[in-house]
Each structure stands twice: as structure tokens, then as C-alpha cells.
Write a protein that binds this ligand. Structure first.
Ligand code: ADP
Ligand code: GLC
Length: 493
């Protein structure tokens, strides 16, 4: 094995403490796998007030640590727990910034106005924590725009500190649409100099763009699938940052997310009413019946059931599905189980649908992890019509649960699902290219026809899907190579 590394992962989300989407899944799982490979990976996240300190055994480690922010000092406590994989997880406890009901927005889905301050603070606090705990990181691993300022902090404000002279930085882009673009005022607050407020670095039409600065300063940058890496290098997929990613050349790569099969495997999932395996699928029928009962759907093993679990935002394509789901319901024998939260209009639309199609559509608006597991296990098909998808985790969970994904062929969805070959009866799901109603309608229709009329093919696909292995084992190895490249770059500078 290569030299063991000290790795500090900094993130706004981390499972099981705080999650809105896949970012939390990734930062919750990857450090454990790095640790299993002999590295000292640790995590830093905010101590949001909704995190249950008792349940997770979170204790205060150091009180009254302070950092400079703007013209003032901010004080915080460092709290700590050890997660189920033995990873030390540090929490930044500061009431001013993190005593909130949610991670990013108020209960009406309005972003907290001080988000740039909150996450700049998280980033600077994470480095201060290293000093206080005498943890000398080889790698600081930033995630998305929230902590993208870390590489610049290391190369500027913390440059002369012996603790960080050998530290290299990695930035993972989980979603390039969220860049953290804010008024210039927030840049001044970071303490970085005027020299770095230029178009090649943080400046963007007079405003600050945190993700862009991160791309410039990080020793290595990656995103969460190879497909999305290619897409973000184009004008259409780069959301204005393609030029900067292309300038990184080979220092920008794609690494597919893994899945934590200790949480997402029908053979051992503790949140579903019956377990099952490829060789004994009886439990899946039990899960389907339980799901139908829980969401008020008609009890029927024969009727194909399509599951949906998603943030209800434009990225995910549910505004397009909204235009054709009623055509599907009116022309096909099918049930839907829908779980989602997000955009108010979409919440209302999908929340009202069961009233219009009683017994055929069941929906739950909100966040519900137990139901997410039951939908994966109890559905026959899983629909993800994303406009773009950096990686996507639910289609990978679906494969393991033998719930065939019906996906738009984009980013990580395209990389992880093999399209149904109607001649040979091979594949692991159903793919379509265009983000429009016609394609969704046609592909759902093909999937339902295969379910109903070509059972041999359908069952073959289910078996092949369940055989797929996207465990973190391999992807964690890719991250270790990425860290080694970041360190090599740092040394040669
Ligand atoms: P994204 O991060 O873009 O939301 P991913 O597919 O990477 O998409 O990850 C989504 C994660 O969040 C999955 O673990 C999924 O089960 C979970 N999730 C999304 N919406 C909900 C919800 N309403 N309730 C419970 N879990 C959800
Ligand atoms: C983002 C992306 C999603 C990805 C997740 C974890 O939220 O939208 O596709 O799986 O991050 O990397």
C-alpha cells in the first residue's frame, strides 16, 4: 500500500447527520472506505441545530476556538463523534451560522441570505480545527461551491503555516449548476486579496463565483462520473465554467460515485418489510404489497409499479414528466409511487395526483428515508428523466434492488445503466435520449410492455441489474490515485 494519508473531507452535508441529496451520501460513505484502505480520513461538517447530538453521541472536544472573519472574530466549539466505520467526524458548533431548521434554506425554500458567509466560515473553521487538534492533512478535500474556497485559503491565508506547507487540495464538483455566485461584498469578507478577484479566479461579471475560484486554486478537480466530466467541458453542460475546466486539462477528471451497500442492499436492508436476493425474490413481492398499502395503491402484483424518489427541481426533469404523466396513466395499466420535495409547483402537482387517480398514484411530499428504501424495494421500475445528472445514486440503488431504471441517457445515468437490447434480451434498464414527453412516453411504454409481455427478457434484465457492483471499493481507489496526483503536483510547484 502507498503511504497512509491524512485526509480532511469538508462538506455542508454528511450522512447520517445532515443530507438533502447525494452529496451527503458521498461524504458519509467515502471516508469509511478510505479508512479501510489504511488512510486517516476525517470529516468536518456544521453542527446544524436539527442534528440529534444524543442519538449520534456528539460531544464537545474543544471550546471557544476563534477565527477571523471580515473585520471581526467568530467563536465556535469543536464537537466530535466517531461514525459506524470508525471515521472521526468533527462538527463546527456556532449558533449564528448553523442554528437553522434546514441546511440551505428556510421552510419556504428561500435560500438563507447569509449562505456565502456560513460556508466561508465553515471552510476557515475546518483549517483552524486542524491547528487546534494538531491534525496535519496531506489532503484537504472540498466539495461543491460551499467549501470550494478551501484551496485558495491553503494557497493564500494559510500558506505560511508549517501545518499546511505540504497539504494538497482536491475539489469535487457534485453539480456544476450551483456555483455560489454572490455580490462582491461576500468576497471581501473572505480575507482574500484584490489580486485574486480577477476573471481567471474568483471574479465573474463583478460578482464572486466560489466554484470558479475553487477550480482555479485546487491542485486536482474531479466530478462524479466520466460522462458528466465530458459534458461539463462543453458550452451546454459547463454552465459558463467549461473554459476553466478545459484549462485544467488532465487535472480535471471523472470518478463515478460508489454506493454504500451496507445501507442499500435488499438482502440486508433493515428498513424494508422483507429481504430478498437474486435467487429468492419472494421478499420483493412482499415489499411491493407493503408499498401499495402504505401509499393507498390498489393491491396487485400484476400491475407494474413505477417508483420515483427525487428532489423536485428542474434538473431532475419532473416538470416534463408533469406534462405527460396523465397521458401515461390514461393509456397504460400502471401505478406510480412518488416521493419528493422541492419546487412548490411540482410539489403541488405531484401531491395532488393521487386525488385524481386514486389507487393508481400514491405520493408523499417531503423527505422520508424509510419510504425511499421501500420504494426502491417495492417498485418494478424506477423513473429518472433528468435533464442532466452528474452521477445519480437512485438508479444505482435501483439496480441492486432489481427495480429496473428508466432513465434519460445523460451523465452518470448513461454511464451506469445499460439499455435494453430487444433482440438479445440484454441490458439493465431502459434509456432515452431526448428530454421530452414523447421520449418518456415511448420508453415507459416499452418498459411496461416488456414487464407484461416479455417476462423472460424482463427477468433477465432484473438478474443482470442485481449483479452490477458499484461499491465504493473501486471508486475509493480512484480517489486515492487522485490524491496522489494532487500531492505530486504540489511537490513539483
Ligand atoms: P441529488 O444529489 O442530485 O439529489 P442523487 O441521486 O445523487 O441526486 O441522490 C439523491 C439521494 O437523496 C438519494 O440517496 C435519495 O434516496 C435521496 N432522496 C432524494 N429525495 C428524497 C426524499 N424526498 N426523501 C428521502 N430521500 C430522498
Ligand atoms: C449531486 C448530483 C447527483 C450526484 C450527487 C453526489 O447532487 O445532482 O447527480 O449523484 O451530487 O455526487
Amino acid at each position: 500500500m502507498a503511504e497512509p494519508l491524512n485526509i480532511l473531507m469538508v462538506s455542508s452535508e454528511c450522512v447520517p447527520y445532515a443530507k438533502t441529496g447525494g452529496l451527503g451520501d458521498v461524504t458519509g460513505a467515502l471516508p469509511g472506505f478510505l479508512r479501510r484502505k489504511g488512510h486517516d480520513a476525517r470529516v468536518v461538517v456544521p453542527l446544524y441545530s436539527f442534528i440529534d447530538r444524543k442519538k449520534f453521541n456528539i460531544n464537545v472536544t474543544v471550546e471557544n476556538v476563534s477565527v477571523q472573519m471580515g473585520s471581526g472574530k467568530i467563536t465556535f466549539n469543536i464537537c466530535e463523534t466517531i461514525n459506524s466505520e470508525g471515521v472521526p467526524v468533527y462538527f463546527i458548533d456556532n449558533g449564528q451560522f448553523f442554528k437553522r431548521d434546514n441546511i440551505y434554506h428556510d421552510n419556504d425554500f428561500n435560500d438563507y441570505h447569509d449562505n456565502p458567509l456560513r460556508f466561508t466560515f465553515l471552510s476557515v473553521a475546518a483549517l483552524q480545527l486542524c491547528r487546534v487538534l494538531s491534525f496535519k492533512p496531506d489532503i484537504v478535500h472540498a466539495n461543491d461551491w460551499h467549501t470550494a474556497i478551501l484551496p485558495a485559503f491553503l494557497k493564500r491565508l494559510f500558506r505560511d503555516d508549517p501545518l499546511f506547507v505540504d497539504t494538497a487540495s482536491v475539489l469535487t464538483i457534485h453539480n456544476i449548476a450551483y456555483q455560489g455566485r454572490y455580490a462582491r461584498y461576500y468576497y471581501d469578507y473572505t480575507g482574500l486579496s484584490e489580486n485574486d478577484f480577477i476573471p481567471e479566479k474568483f471574479e465573474c461579471f463583478g460578482a464572486v463565483n466560489f466554484l470558479k475560484g475553487g477550480i482555479h486554486f485546487a491542485d486536482m478537480v474531479n466530478t462524479v462520473s466520466k460522462g458528466y466530466e465530458s459534458e461539463t467541458r462543453t458550452m451546454e453542460g459547463g454552465f459558463g465554467l467549461d473554459r476553466f475546466l478545459n484549462e485544467k486539462g488532465e487535472d480535471y477528471i471523472g470518478i463515478l460515485n460508489g454506493v454504500d451497500y451496507s445501507q442499500w442492499d435488499p438482502a440486508k436492508d433493515t428498513m424494508i418489510p422483507a429481504n430478498y436476493t437474486m435467487d429468492d425474490m419472494k421478499g420483493k413481492a412482499v415489499c411491493k404489497s407493503a408499498l401499495q398499502k402504505q401509499l393507498g395503491l390498489e393491491q396487485s402484483g400484476e400491475t407494474p409499479l413505477i417508483g420515483i424518489v427525487s428532489r423536485l427541481v428542474e434538473q431532475k426533469g419532473f416538470h416534463i414528466l408533469a406534462e405527460c404523466i396523465e397521458d401515461i396513466l390514461n393509456n397504460m395499466d400502471v401505478q406510480f409511487a412518488i416521493l419528493g420535495a422541492g419546487d412548490n409547483r411540482l410539489e403541488t402537482f405531484y401531491g395532488d395526483l393521487p386525488g385524481k387517480y386514486p389507487g393508481r398514484v400514491g405520493s408523499f411530499v417531503g423527505y422520508n428515508n424509510d419510504l425511499a428504501h421501500l420504494i426502491e424495494a417495492g417498485s418494478d421500475l424506477f423513473l429518472m428523466p433528468s435533464i442532466y445528472e452528474p452521477c445519480g445514486l437512485n438508479q444505482i440503488y435501483s439496480l441492486k434492488y432489481g427495480t429496473l431504471p428508466v432513465v434519460r441517457a445523460t451523465g452518470g445515468l448513461n454511464d451506469t445503466v445499460e439499455d435494453y437490447d430487444q433482440i438479445r434480451g440484454e441490458g439493465t434498464g431502459f434509456k432515452f435520449s431526448e428530454p421530452d414527453c414523447r421520449s418518456i412516453y415511448k420508453t415507459v411504454s416499452l418498459a411496461l410492455d416488456t414487464f407484461g409481455n416479455r417476462k423472460d427478457h424482463f427477468n433477465k434484465l432484473v438478474k443482470r441489474a442485481m449483479e452490477q457492483d458499484f461499491s465504493w471499493e473501486e471508486s475509493a481507489g480512484e480517489y486515492i490515485k487522485l490524491y496522489a496526483r494532487a500531492l505530486a503536483k504540489k511537490k513539483h510547484r
